[in-house]
Design a protein around this ligand. Structure first.
Ligand code: FDA
Length: 310
């Protein structure tokens, strides 16, 4: 319950324009500013520096050019063109070719067909990339999966999707995507959801996560176990060993700036670990979701604001 309350609280704060103004003013302005703990920077060059550091430490990466919920086709087109530039920059830099993006960033709220066209433009340029469709709130789950399935049937095979263990529907969605043979990133779920669609208690979300994770480890196609929850990670390791599932058949994923110790420790044990590296000017909603997951982060942000203001 506390978790839902905290998500709800930060969801509310995320809509405050005053807070956004303060955060935008102080959050990223120097290399030590508070938002930089979670966001690699505002430019693709900064993201590439972060990606190189991550890869030098033996980890893999996926880049997320932040943005969501655009409200005009012009913005969706601009976001698409930004992504095309990111693709060129990644190729030029010679780093791993892996992207994460959101359909509302490409115009899903404005016009579904245009969002799909924009996604196709990206997929065509990113032919030898892997492109993950992030999952947004439950309002978008069915549409995102339907678009994913259409593209899959049209033979776009360099794509994967995200499923959220907190939703009641996810057990069926896992079966649906496993049947395609497509890759799933399993997460707990970062959005505030009503009890009619999601488990309100963290214990239930954790139990669902553990169960779905095992289903994917056993029968999924190269699943991504995306969590910082040590107990869950230990359970994945234990289960994989018990079932003779080799370390190459799945990967762990974590967010930039969170549990770097755990990321390094998994790599040293021979596991594949990918870091999700967000960057761009539109970092505020992403940043607020990270605070909502762990309210203790607020203290560190407030100290950061006080330091910067001084
Ligand atoms: P849990 O919340 O139980 O946290 C376990 C431990 O991790 C905490 O005790 C703490 O130590 C640490 N931790 C977790 N969050 C932290 C934070 N913000 N700051 C500091 N420490 C923290 N969600 C979604 O809805 N759609 C998506 O597409 C994605 N994509 C995605 C990609 C990747 C690579 C990851 C790792 C996560 C996502 N998520 C996501 C977010 C996900 O749904 C979830 O909100 C967060 O991962 C937090 O949940 P945990 O699984 O880490 O567990």
């Amino acid at each position: 319950m506390l978790d839902n309350a905290s998500k709800a609280f930060f969801h509310l704060l995320a809509r405050s324009s005053t807070l956004k103004k303060i955060a935008s003013r102080y959050g990223m302005r120097s290399p030590t500013s508070f938002a930089r703990r979670f966001i690699a920077g505002e430019t693709v060059e900064e993201a590439i520096v972060a990606a190189r550091q991550v890869e030098a430490a033996g980890l893999m990466q996926t880049l997320d050019f932040l943005g969501e919920s655009v409200s005009t086709l012009a913005e969706a087109d601009a976001a698409t063109r930004d992504y095309l530039r990111v693709i060129d920059a990644v190729i030029q830099a010679g780093i791993g070719r892996n992207l994460s993006l959101k359909l509302t960033q490409l115009g899903l709220d404005v016009d579904r067909a245009s969002a799909v066209d924009n996604l196709r433009r990206i997929l065509e340029r990113a032919e030898d990339f892997f492109v993950r469709l992030d999952m947004e709130s439950s309002h978008y789950t069915e549409t995102t999966l339907a678009i994913f399935e259409t593209l899959w049937q049209q033979n776009y095979r360099n794509i994967g999707v995200v499923l959220q263990a907190d939703l009641h529907r996810t057990e069926q969605d896992v079966e649906r995507i496993v049947a395609l043979g497509a890759r799933i990133r399993l997460v707990k779920g970062a959005y505030r959801e009503p009890a009619s669609v999601a488990f309100p208690s963290k214990a239930d979300v954790d139990a669902a996560y553990a169960q779905l994770m095992k289903r994917l480890l056993r029968d999924g196609t190269y699943p991504a176990i995306a969590t910082h929850d040590e107990a869950m990670i230990h359970e994945a390791q234990r289960f994989a060993t018990e079932q003779h599932i080799s370390k190459e058949r799945f990967e762990f994923q974590m967010l930039y700036g969170i549990r770097r110790d755990l990321q390094a420790s998994l790599v040293s044990q021979g596991y594949r670990v990918r870091v999700y590296i967000p960057f761009g000017h539109q970092w505020f909603p992403y940043f607020m979701r990270r605070l909502g997951e762990r309210p203790a982060n607020v203290g560190f942000v407030l100290r950061g604001i006080a330091d910067e203001a001084r």
